[in-house]
Design a protein around this ligand. Structure first.
Ligand SMILES: [Zn+2]
Length: 191
């Protein structure tokens, strides 16, 4: 029988994405082998995440009243990128090709219908306008196209233009997994 502390660790970690019980067990033994100081460091790093909140303007993560993008005076507030996931923001930032702010909507449904919470987020985004440009940085899938149409309807009237990512990201591709150069060029070639 495994010690209770290890059992508890395994059940917590096995529930995480892409970590099953075997992986969690290996991780537990690995951490024990690192020694208590390293374990405390890792636990502190995880505990720090509990202090994060959601930016009230763009719904990305924030440690203060707003996120680092909304709070940065050097970022253009009249250019907005609509994305699904916080990890999409990270992917776009890695390209260094975008200097506006974001609106993180949450995962879109394949039906092209928006969830009530997503409609509220879009309303919040609209209230920050008017915009020079709204970039719909959605996955390049068929349902991404449906969703783009729905979102375009919701946003009409608050922006001079609505753009989509340029071609280059493979069809069916999720922008979070596109390589930096490909995504960077899709941002540059947006239209
Ligand atoms: Zn923000």
């Amino acid at each position: 029988m495994l010690p209770r502390s290890i059992q508890k660790f395994i059940s917590a970690f096995a529930a995480l994405p892409s970590i099953g019980p075997r992986q969690a067990t290996r991780l537990a033994f690995y951490l024990v082998s690192l020694g208590s100081a390293s374990i405390v460091d890792i636990a502190d790093a995880a505990r720090g995440l509990a202090a994060l909140s959601t930016c009230p303007d763009c719904f990305f993560f924030s440690e203060g009243p707003v996120c680092p993008f909304c709070g940065n005076p050097a970022r253009r507030k009249d250019v907005l990128a609509v994305v699904e996931r916080p990890t999409d923001v990270i992917a776009i930032e890695a390209t260094r090709k975008f200097n506006g702010v974001y609106l993180v909507l949450g995962e879109l449904k394949k039906t092209g219908a928006l969830q009530p919470e997503q409609k509220l987020k879009l309303e919040r985004g609209k209230a920050r306008g008017p915009f020079k440009e709204i970039l719909l940085a959605l996955d390049q899938t068929t349902y991404g196209d449906f969703n783009a149409q729905t979102i375009t309807k919701e946003l009409s009237g608050v922006t001079e233009k609505i753009t989509r990512l340029g071609r280059g990201i493979p069809t069916g591709g999720e922008i979070e997994f596109a390589d930096e150069d490909t995504l960077g060029s899709a941002i540059e070639k947006r239209s």
